[in-house]
Design a binder for this molecule. Sequence first.
Ligand code: PEP
Ligand code: MG
Length: 582
Amino acid sequence: MTFSIFGLAVSPGIAIGRAQLVSHATLEVAQYQLRERDIAAEQERLDAAFDTVRAELEALRDEATAPGSPAELEAFLDLNVLILADPMLVDASRELIAERRCNAEWALVQQMEQLVAQFDEIDDAYLRERRQDIVQAVERVIKVLLGKPRKISKRARDKDELVIVIAHDLSPADTIQFKNLRIGGFVTDLGGATSHTAIVARSLAIPAVVGMHHARPLIQDDDLLIVDGARGVLIVDPDPRVLEEYRLRQGTLELERSKLKRLKTARAATLDGVDISLQANIELPQDVDGVKAVDADGVGLFRTEFLFMNRDELPNEDEQFEAYRAVAKALPGRSVTIRTLDIGADKQARSLRGAGNSGPNPALGLRAIRYCLAEPQIFLAQLRAILRASHYGRIRLLIPMLAHVTEIEQALAMIQMAKGQLREARQRFDEQIEIGGMIEIPAAALALGPFLSRLNFLSIGTNDLIQYTLAIDRSDEAVAHLYDPLHPAVLRLIAQTIQAGQRAGLPVSVCGEMAGDPQLTRLLIGMGLRSFSMHPTQLFSVKQAVLGADTALLTAKVTRLLRYEEPDRIREQLARLNAAAH
Ligand code: PEP
Ligand code: MG
């Protein structure tokens, strides 16, 4: 049966493919009471489910021992067999069924949570991470209990068919792994439009819809799906007519994209000849290929925290140095702005414990520079790595989440210290490296003096600036409707920052998602912005908007627009700016 579900459009494009549910078993399990006489049968049901999964694993293990199979797979399967033999799962769950007269799934999840909680206490990062193996092993049993045995044999799937990942939630760390997989699109129940999960999806150009609330329970593995990432729609089991229509739309989009590619060699200048710098945001060194493909002026934001994700140990100074140097060397003559670790809130790395998700309000917690100043050794290692790489290209150093003058001063002192350590070790670096600050907390935008006097450049992080100005969590879909880049308070903070930078002779760029939205390009140019940094995928659309802009006309019109406080009037004025060629 065909049906549609609506969510937040976060990454445009159309994906057609087969559903693959990424499950968190605990979310699906309901509790119900048994009659006394049904207890034994329920325990048997649990035993049978364990037996089924063990048999599946044994069968897979036989395949895994065949010559040429990866050794890790065998070890992984052995571990799963061991987990499923643990009395704390098997016997204790049976006992719980009898004690509480509860269903097998629920009993098993309770036991799993106890076991997992014990793992969370372990100091050793590797062992701690084995908690995930327990969850996955238990998920297999629960799927059998729920009557949805996991298809663990290789699926007979058309080679060209894409996978659409369906998850309750995906972390930015999960999503970045899609870089190496052939994922057509993804859909999640949770998430906001500028959550880092959404940002990564856009950077990968993977169509995505988030904030679906209850899509997961309605979809089954292998369902045929259409993800319309521009409209925020998921169509399940489409009929042939709808499928055909979407295939046509896919073709049209492809055509539009290839037309835009013609802009690659065009100079990014306005009608009145003002050059606009269009730079790229990256998450990993391998993203430089995308930067070169669109001929961006450089990297305006390298989100280095992604180097720290999906691993048990921190990347050491040398590994970081290699990563930063690789980017600088791949872009000779172009500037590369490396932002120091912005970990915390929705961006988590298991190698960095305590980074801002343990407090009561992670977005307001120990994030970014706050974490780095609290962990000077980690910060210093990163600073040395960036400084060493600066010898090989035009690197600039950017500090996130600054609000207090003391933070600026402490960060600068740490940079001096890192420089001193390198001099002592006779390591070369760019003595004149420019240091910039992100303006992404309203306090910073409202009291810019210390930033202007102590730093070499500013970069406005509109994603967080909006989050903190409007007091809405950018990753929470429940308040996503309040996330408004056009709120007059947000626009004024951005305009003030650009203009204060101009007056002080300090370069200002925007590297938040607003910079990559072609609907906002002329508005930002009218505020005086001359430097934008965005996902490479957005660059040609923004360049097209630049080519039809006239700075003098826009300055006057945007000055008027900024006086409005009614959202409707602001949107009306913006529509006019974009409709006319200026
Ligand atoms: C921002 O806040 O706008 C920004 C660019 O940084 P991030 O999205 O990584 O927080
Ligand atoms: Mg930010």
